[in-house]
Design a protein around this ligand. Sequence first.
Ligand SMILES: [Zn+2]
Length: 688
Amino acid sequence: MANNNPLLNFQDLPLFDQIKPEHVSPAIDTLLAECRTVVAQLEQPIADIHWDNFVTPLENVTEKLGRAWGVVGHLNSVVDTPELRAAFNENQVKLTEFWTALGQNLNLYQHYKNLAQSADYDSLSMARKKIISNALRDFKLGGAELADEHKARFAEIQEKLAGLATRFSENLLDATNNYKLHISDAAELQGLPDYALEAAQHAAEQDGKTGYQFSLHFPSYFPILQFADNRALRETIYRANATKASELGGHPEWDNSAIMDELLALRQEEAKLLGFNNYAEVSLLPKMAESAEQVESFLLDLAHKARPFAEKDLQELRQFAREQFGIDELEAWDSTYVSEKLREQRYAFSEQELKQYFPEHKVLAGLFHVIASLFEVEIKADQASTWHPDVQFYRVERAGQLVGLFYLDLYARAAKQGGAWMDSARAHGRTATGIQTPVVYLTCNFNAPVLVEGVKKPATFTHDEVITLFHECGHGLHQLLTKVEDISVSGISGVEWDAVELPSQFMENFCWEWDVLQEMTAHSESGEPLPRALYDKMIAAKNFQSGLQTLRQVEFSLFDMRIHAQSDQAKKLSIAETLQQVRDQVAVIQPPTFNRFQHSFSHIFAGGYSAGYFSYKWAEVLSADAYAAFEEAANAEGTSLSRQTGLKFQTEILEMGGARPAIDSFVAFRGRKPSIDALLRHNGMTNS
Ligand SMILES: [Zn+2]
């Protein structure tokens, strides 16, 4: 009975304690049928088209489907069971089919075009105009405008691209899994910490061997590069890792070379079909960055500014290697090891010691205090049906009025997907019955409280975990504090991809402020706040080798942009030539000639980052510069938590969501365009 299906309850919060895997298919089938009925009606000619007789009914019906599916997806991520996974996979196929067909529906596309030309258009709000232009853009990129003779080829390219990306990942995974380095003598492994030795011993046992076994999975090989005193061993594992899935990897069946060339050629062909000069133009269309040239000059400028610091980092490293280890020629397999030793010598402090200052209750109180101070809201514990007893639930209020709600699922569990993320359970928007308050999920994977002699010892977090929590909360605030009334551009919806990390990275900055940390720390035994001496060490260690790290990110980003921005196929450089050209231009360290890092660069060959890897640095410029407004206010007001600046950030950035271009929101907040200065300063790359 549809009426009894908890996934079809849209009045209240999801009834997590009642939802069962067997509810999924009937609910999704019902909602898909409703969607198809409405779409079939809306496909018909509409005489007097306006927002309310076209977009409103379409958004209402698809929002219900999206919301119910969001609940299923969330449960699948946090309480995975075989039954739920089966229901999820089965229905995901139906949904993908539906969304793809919707994105290529020419009748709907025509209606959006007509709406953009209609008498009604001028009277629409900025948010609604943005929704229409986003829709037109997405239809175009989905191939809706292609001539019939090109449609089949376009679909074929899409299919091939998906297949090649999968094969790229599979080759990489096979090359990673199948490499085995067996060491019988523990003396060869001097310097490795116990956890790495134990894991290697366990891996050997799994294969019925004694001794130690290493693979090319990061947690397995990286401790060798970082800690192994044995230089030859470091070289062996470095070489294996740097050549995996390439023509030098010793396994032609896992060589990604041809796949990479084919991916680039097909992306270029797709771009041409869609009427663009190259794939970078396609990738950049829904982003804040305007052109490949703009991204190039941003990256080259950053490289230019980071270079003196990177050279200094390298010089220090070489000198330390010579003096401490007698290494005259610092090789690629030495730098991680020597860096680790240099870091230990300079900034020795124990992570374990620091962690004692961040008990959960104090961290949450500190976080809520930051939010309350900046944005004039109160966060109160509340009750709701959840998927696990450890999940907390809160309400956000302003002057006694409900603003939004959130679930906080902090601890790692079996059957919960790793990592940390924010997801929307219900978006802010206006419905026929009034304002729909937003609801979000904040999910982390921190260590749960442990039982010591029958008593629950409160969880304590590492500083990195605290930063993660603030980061996800930044995304959450974007979603919770928006005032946009059209859900397609409320909160993070419709925000450009390279700007979406602004609020999240922005929030991270507070985790480094002395006054904030004083409020948010209490030693788990003594109750004392973080001591100044320990804080000073944290700050000193924060920017260790940031020059080198920045150049590395620039190198990856520039390489990614250039292989996707070559319009003239006759003058095209190969992947290897492009990479060498980039290195000659920006790198201070030239990797060995056998290095084939590009063969495992999944972000751009198998993930969504093609011609988009620069987004990491791009968004960091925005978040650092936005945060600089708070630093300026702090100088005048004596607190990191300037309410006036907080309210402006809320009005111009958080509340606006995707309703206007990110650059306009930024300029409205800052009174000018973004500047790179704050990022350089935060990374310790200024000359003062
Ligand atoms: Zn994020």
